[in-house]
Write a protein that binds this ligand. Structure first.
Ligand code: NAD
Ligand code: UDP
Length: 323
């Protein structure tokens, strides 16, 4: 008896929908879930995602790629849904702020409707941005945040906050089985070279010998998580019992200034690039660090990849990508 036949008969193989599956994180998740013998449906409109990220999976009979925009309803019979569709880089989500809000809000409504009909478990890729420019440090899940509702980042921050509210309301009113993960800055191979986020910008600039663009004085902090740690956290969260909805922080508590990141990237690449200072974008958070006590307790999860190790892997990827 072949494996597919066995899994289908004994109902072991799950059919999993990943929206935004052709993006940076989504493509890693597609890979991992296929490796674990699931059937994966990847839905993407290719705004920031790319076929290149998933082309190696297209020969797998258990992988389906669908060009679709989550702003319109999607129909499929699935067991689990990971809702990742949304541009994540400030440059990209601010390019068309209205569309970003529609993607977060209408996307959530459509995906929750699908989960309600199919009784699928559904995980929302939320973000540390729901904490805005935080006054509580490190950030715990019970902190309500400090978000400018009308600023340039609000299309993303408020869109994600509204999506969290929708998830909780579908759970309370319709018993939809939900999971909310608050993802902190994540990096790794398959980020787009023009993504605009800090890790990919610095690595690409260093490899090309261009100036490293530090916005502001570089004293603002972020906590950087390697993508494999995040994917592990997402899968563990999905596997928790129905009584645990989150939100739960998933990030690496190691906190670095942006200047420290720049210096580390220069050292690891052996680059001759110099630092250059540009104006700080509006509402750029001053500090960010996850408190991951809840993830440890509920999912037995902690990140295992230190920054330098993750950067080495990411540098190797970009060396090959931009040569
Ligand atoms: P990404 O931009 O690489 O991936 C987003 C994917 O969603 C892309 O493939 C894009 O084409 C797709 N998409 C965008 N709008 C869509 C729409 N309307 N319909 C269908 N597909 C659409 O970004 P990422 O870093 O992989 O982020 C994935 C998810 O994780 C996002 O929801 C993001 O908000 C969340 N997140 C990421 C981080 C991070 O540091 N990477 C941090 C917090 C939250
Ligand atoms: N940043 C920077 N240079 C860049 C890109 C970003 O100094 O080329 C800074 C940005 O101002 C912010 C931090 O790096 O303080 C992280 O930015 P990113 O866009 O990666 O994500 P954010 O956490 O702000 O959403």
């Amino acid at each position: 008896m072949n494996k597919y036949y066995f899994c289908t008969i004994f109902n072991v193989m799950k059919r999993i929908l990943i929206t935004g599956g052709a993006g940076f994180i989504g493509s890693h998740l597609c890979e991992r879930l296929l490796k674990e013998n699931n059937e994966v449906i990847c839905v993407d409109n290719f705004f920031t995602g790319s076929k290149e990220n998933i082309v190696h999976l297209t020969g797998n009979p258990y992988f389906e790629l669908v060009r679709h925009d989550v702003v319109t309803p999607f129909f499929a019979e699935v067991d689990e849904i990971y809702n990742l569709a949304c541009p994540a880089s400030p440059v990209h989500y601010q390019y068309n702020g209205i569309k970003t809000i529609k993607t977060s809000v209408m996307g959530a409504i459509n995906i929750l409707g699908l989960a309600k009909r199919t009784r699928a478990k559904v995980l929302q890729a939320s973000t540390s941005e729901v904490y805005g420019d935080p006054h509580v440090h490190p950030q715990t899940e019970d902190y309500w945040g400090h978000v400018n509702p009308i600023g340039v980042r609000s299309c993303y921050d408020e869109g994600k906050r509204c999506a969290e509210s929708l998830f909780m309301n579908y759970h309370r009113q319709n018993s939809v089985r939900i999971k909310i993960i608050r993802i902190f800055n994540t990096y790794g191979p398959k980020m787009h070279p023009n993504d605009g986020r800090v890790v990919s910008n610095f690595i690409v600039q260093a490899l090309r010998g261009e100036d490293i663009t530090i916005y502001g004085d570089g004293r603002q902090t972020r906590s950087f998580q390697y993508v494999d740690d995040l994917v592990e956290g997402m899968i563990r969260l999905m596997a928790t019992g129905d009584d645990f909805t989150g939100p739960v922080n998933v990030g690496n508590p190691g906190e670095f200034t942006i200047r420290q990141l720049a210096e580390t990237v220069i050292r690891l690449t052996g680059s001759t690039s110099k630092l250059t200072y540009l104006p700080l974008p509006q509402d750029d958070p001053v500090q960010r660090q996850p408190d991951i006590t809840l993830a440890k307790e509920k999912m037995n999860w902690t990140p295992v990849v230190p920054l330098e190790e993750g950067l080495q892997k990411t540098i190797a990827y970009f060396k090959n990508k931009i040569k």
